[in-house]
Write a protein that binds this ligand. Structure first.
Ligand code: NAD
Ligand code: MN
Length: 486
């Protein structure tokens, strides 16, 4: 797509979509079966073409109640099943995900707009890895550090966003099931299809009915799920505003909650860093998944002495990014997930210009149908600018500079969020110092946006509370065994 004469063109290399069988309509997955919903059905579209993919049932309050009842009933047997038996189901699910990985990747790219190389090489492998990882914990919960006999919480209400539809499902479902909980999960309204394919995988794995229930719908359905009185645990990933509303809705109940909310991460480049490597990390930090990433490196902090050099290299690299068909294997940046999200990105980028920052994008042709935004960088950004403070959740980078490590720390921490950060330097001592000073749940050193099921993930401040992943992720789904004094 780039017009730079030094950038050669590739022939189209589309992945075939024939591996996926998208049905014209989908019901709700309750008690092991697909059933009709009683709300008003809605459509999921392909954001790269705006074509309708399928009609999706909407769960009303009565449907949600049915799902919670099914989960409650299943909890009696699932929670008492020996951990090694639960782990067999999780291993089976993980292996089916691997077997059907191409189908899942293509469907994810069609429904979400993300490039196939990401759904194929990142999302789906990390999803399988999560199920494998927590399958391994299911019979070892007494070693989780929560006492000799920690117990599951009960029914978990799980509400997830559209940016990593299947991955967020895996982060929620795998630890919950490993610990002996049952779940009612609501996928995002623009990306329900891989969750519904996952429901089929649960059937294929002979998972007992009611252990996993999937109810589709928008905010009202999500609200019904988290506020249902017979739910013991709420796990939410999404916007900070909705996270706050959920925290208010469950205050005064004894529901346990984990909230994974927004972010405005600083990606900090020191003058001693390997700059070419840093540029790759800056690019993957903000342009991975169209920047629809809560932990995206959306604020680039450059040490003043190398700022010009890094910007020159970064602009050159941005000129090689290929925007377009998510199913093309050469595509780096796919479609923006929805018209609403595109409008939000455009509005914030305009505010960036109005407030005096300098906007730059490489020349790049965008397809005519669908939702697209070119990779964009703003320089001359001050800390007071909206584009330095608000989560844009798109392929837009704001660049600030600093002179000393303490100025970098001060600027990096000057945000209501605290989800992630990146540090680029060749000095190990500086990495340790920065990791200690940065108020962020994850600090990447000389890399960015790396995800591993063994590593906990979560935020400080308005980025939420609780941790997902790793041994820490188990405590969100277990009651400590207090009798043993643990
Ligand atoms: P959102 O918070 O509105 O939606 C996330 C999920 O919550 C969806 O499944 C939605 O249907 C559901 N939901 C909406 N209102 C609800 C309510 N009152 N009670 C229960 N569930 C409810 O987020 P969005 O509209 O998809 O995106 C808006 C912004 O959120 C983005 O621009 C971005 O800033 C942020 N976001 C963050 C993440 C993240 O991973 N941290 C992911 C997606 C979006
Ligand atoms: Mn869709």
């Amino acid at each position: 797509m780039a017009n730079d004469p030094n950038v050669f063109e590739y022939a189209p290399a589309p992945e075939s979509r024939s591996i996926v069988d998208i049905k014209p309509s989908y019901g709700l997955f309750i008690d092991g079966e697909f059933v009709d919903g009683h709300g008003s059905a809605f459509k999921s579209i392909n954001p790269a073409t705006e074509e309708t993919l399928a009609e999706i049932a909407e769960a009303d309050d009565a449907d949600v109640d049915k799902a919670v009842k099914a989960a409650r009933k299943a909890f009696r047997t699932w929670s008492r099943m020996p951990g090694k038996e639960r782990s067999k189901y999780l291993y089976r699910i993980a292996r089916i995900i691997q077997e059907r990985s191409r189908e899942l990747a293509v469907l994810e790219s069609i429904d979400n707009g993300k490039p196939i190389k990401e759904s194929r090489d990142v999302d789906v492998p990390v999803v399988a890895a999560h199920f494998f990882y927590y399958a391994g914990w299911a019979d070892k919960l007494e070693y989780a550090g929560l006492g000799p006999n920690p117990q599951p919480l009960g029914v978990a209400a799980q509400v997830i966003p559209w940016n990593f539809p299947l991955l967020m499902l895996a982060w929620k479902v795998a630890p919950a099931l490993a610990c002996g909980n049952t779940v009612v999960l609501k996928p995002a309204e623009t990306t329900p299809l891989t969750a519904l394919l996952f429901a089929e995988i649960c059937q294929q794995a002979d998972l007992p009915p009611g252990v996993v229930n999937i109810v589709t719908g928008a905010g009202a359905t999500g609200q019904a799920v988290v506020s249902h009185p017979d739910v013991d645990k709420v796990a939410f990933t999404g916007s900070t505003d909705v996270g706050k509303a959920i925290a208010r809705a469950i205050a005064g109940t004894d529901k346990k909650a984990t909230l994974e909310l927004g972010g405005k991460a600083a990606n900090i480049v020191f003058d001693d860093a390997a700059l070419d490597q840093a540029v790759e990390g800056i690019v993957s930090g903000i342009f991975f998944n169209q920047g629809h990433v809560c932990c995206a490196g959306s604020r680039l902090l450059l040490q003043e002495s190398v700022a010009d050099e890094v910007m020159a290299k970064l602009k050159r690299r941005m000129g090689t990014l290929r925007v377009g068909d998510p199913l093309d294997k050469n595509t780096d940046i796919g479609a923006i997930n929805s018209a609403e999200q595109l409008a939000r990105i455009r509005a914030l980028a305009e505010i960036g210009e109005d407030e005096g920052a300098e906007r730059w994008s490489p020349p790049c042709e965008l397809p005519s149908a669908g939702f697209w935004f070119p990779p964009t960088v703003f320089t001359g950004v001050s800390q007071a600018h909206r584009i330095a403070r608000d989560e844009i959740f798109g392929p837009v980078l704001s660049v600030l500079t600093f002179r000393t490590p303490s100025e970098a720390v001060e600027k990096a921490n000057n945000t209501p969020y605290g989800l992630s950060a990146g540090v680029w330097t060749e000095k190990g001592s500086r990495i340790l110092h920065m990791a200690d000073q940065l108020r962020a749940g994850v600090v990447w050193a000389n890399t960015f946006n790396k995800f591993d099921p063994a590593s906990p993930f979560g935020g400080y401040k308005e980025s939420g509370y609780g941790r997902e992943g790793g041994r820490q992720g188990l405590s969100a789904y277990l009651k400590a065994d207090t009798k043993a004094g643990a």
